[in-house]
Design a protein around this ligand. Structure first.
Ligand SMILES: *Cc1c(COP(=O)(O)O)cnc(C)c1O
Length: 356
């Protein structure tokens, strides 16, 4: 039976990417060696690095004024690495609290500067994106989580501000076009939409670096990684290779415009079912609904277990909601085909017929 993978992360990858990645784990480029057992300084791997960087630049529109880095430590390391590199102790940075990941970013940043939390949606269990706030004029940056993976909310309109935006795009990176000029720094753990866990993509405007007088350990200094092409130490070779294959796939599909179209169609299909099916309700406010993580709860709490059973019987995996929201969460990242979303919609319809 085909399994439809709605996992929030690590998450679905395109089948062709997985197959090519698996082949390289056995024999990379016909070398008779696995990509897992060769030096990162070989020309074959250097070509992978170069192609990954060039695809990131092509898709994001980041020019030479930005550094493109492939780092370890997950998005969680960027929660402190970004403020360490961008702030002095007496500098101000503004943050918006839109969920657990934002809260963690705020907590870490407080160790490295004056952090102003402009707004929070905690009052309604983060079911919306805070919008009415003013960025402090002296702010060195505004930090925003573009997609709140746990609650299924996403920024659809970026705020007007002169401050460069620093954004955690872990769960919607390359799901739609990026207006790169608005951003001072973008970071994304790969395991939601770009590849396997183990590599974090960072795009940072070079002129924001070098301002801090703080002493930075080499491994936590963006400039060191930039000067060494992300090879100051051994990079996460296999995750980077798989990420590169995913970016190739995105380009083949038609790039970010095509991704956005495909993602909107899938999300509309599912939200439309949630809004018309008497057994379910969506948890996020409509205007902030995520195109990546679709959160919904059963109207009758007793339907939770039987609906999970119905999903399982149809080969649907990974739809259990995060414990802080409950119910169900269908993650429909770039690689999720529309047919799988249709299978979920059909199960929801059949379920309503049966119990209704
Ligand atoms: C998953 C996630 C993180 C955490 O990423 P790690 O790579 O596990 O550190 C951070 N932010 C967002 C928005 C996420 O979805």
């Amino acid at each position: 039976m085909k399994i439809h993978n709605f996992s929030a992360g690590p998450a679905i990858l395109p089948a062709s990417v997985m197959e090519a990645s698996a082949r390289a784990a056995v024999d990379f480029n016909g070398m008779g060696l696995s990509i897992l057992e060769i030096s990162h300084r070989t020309k074959d791997f250097e070509a992978v690095m170069a192609e990954a960087e060039s695809l990131v630049r092509e898709l994001s529109g980041a020019g030479d004024d930005y550094a493109v880095l492939f780092l370890g430590g997950g998005a969680s390391t960027q929660f402190f690495m970004a403020p360490m590199n961008l702030l002095n102790d007496e500098d101000t940075a503004c943050y918006v609290d839109s969920g657990v990941w934002a809260t963690k970013a705020i907590k870490e940043a407080k160790n490295f500067g004056k952090i102003e939390v402009l707004a929070s949606s905690k009052d309604r269990n983060y079911n919306y994106i805070p919008k009415d706030y003013a960025v402090a004029p002296q702010a060195r940056y505004l930090h925003l989580t573009s997609n709140n993976t746990i609650y299924g909310t996403e920024i659809h309109e970026w705020p007007e501000t002169d401050a460069p935006i620093v954004s955690d795009m872990s769960s919607d990176m390359f799901s739609r076009p990026i207006d790169i000029e608005r951003f001072g720094l973008i970071y994304a753990g790969a395991q939601k939409n770009l590849g396997p866990a183990g590599v974090t993509l960072v795009i940072v405007r070079k002129d924001l670096l070098g301002h801090t007088t703080r002493k930075l350990p080499a491994m936590l200094d963006y400039r060191i990684h930039a000067d060494n092409g992300s090879m100051y130490n051994t990079p996460p070779v296999f995750p980077i290779y798989t990420l590169m294959l995913t970016l190739r796939w995105i380009k083949e599909q038609g790039g970010l415009e095509a991704m956005a179209l495909h993602n909107v169609q899938k999300a509309q299909l599912l939200y439309n079912e949630i809004d018309t099916n008497p057994c379910f309700t969506g948890t996020a406010v409509e205007e902030d609904r995520s195109l990546m993580n679709v959160c919904f709860v059963p109207v009758n709490p007793e339907h939770e277990a039987p609906f999970m059973e119905a999903c399982k019987a149809a080969g649907i995996s990974g739809v259990k909601g995060h414990r802080s929201v409950g119910g169900f969460r269908a993650s429909i990242y770039n690689a999720m085909p529309q047919e799988s979303v249709q299978v979920l919609v059909d199960v929801m319809r059949d379920f309503a017929k049966k119990v209704g």
